[in-house]
Design a binder for this molecule. Structure first.
Ligand SMILES: [Zn+2]
Ligand SMILES: [Zn+2]
Length: 124
């Protein structure tokens, strides 16, 4: 079950109110898990979550989805459907946003680099 994810748009962390560029409060679990890249609030790993880290203004996976061009839109009766990035969209909202679930299910988290890397392209 995917937890409800809320995109921040550069606003203070919804968990602890940290401003962009400052550290999350101790115990805030909105930051990413260093081991899996998932939001700590939904990571089920039993490796301990210390909270903390710098709030970048992007929820875990958001920056990766944007850089990969992975977006989804909410269609009535269908749910979230992967779509091409909308060239005319400068912002996203309740029915169009970076496809975080695709990042979490298809991209690979690199603990060394602390970032998501795209799936290997199929042989060309
Ligand atoms: Zn926080
Ligand atoms: Zn974890």
């Amino acid at each position: 079950m995917a937890a409800e994810l809320t995109l921040s748009r550069g606003e203070p962390c919804i968990g602890c109110g940290a401003r962009v560029g400052t550290e999350h409060a101790a115990g805030c679990r909105e930051g990413h898990c260093p081991q899996t890249g998932l939001p700590q609030s939904i990571c089920s790993g039993r490796h301990g979550h210390s909270g903390g880290g710098v709030w970048t203004g992007l929820v875990p996976g958001e920056g990766a989805a944007v850089s990969f061009g992975w977006f989804a839109e909410l269609r009535p009766g269908e749910g979230w459907v992967p779509v091409e990035p909308r060239p005319d969209a400068v912002d996203y909202g309740a029915d169009y946003m970076p496809d975080l679930n695709r990042v979490f299910s298809q991209a690979r988290w690199s603990p060394a680099a602390q970032k998501w890397v795209p799936p290997r392209p199929s042989a060309s």
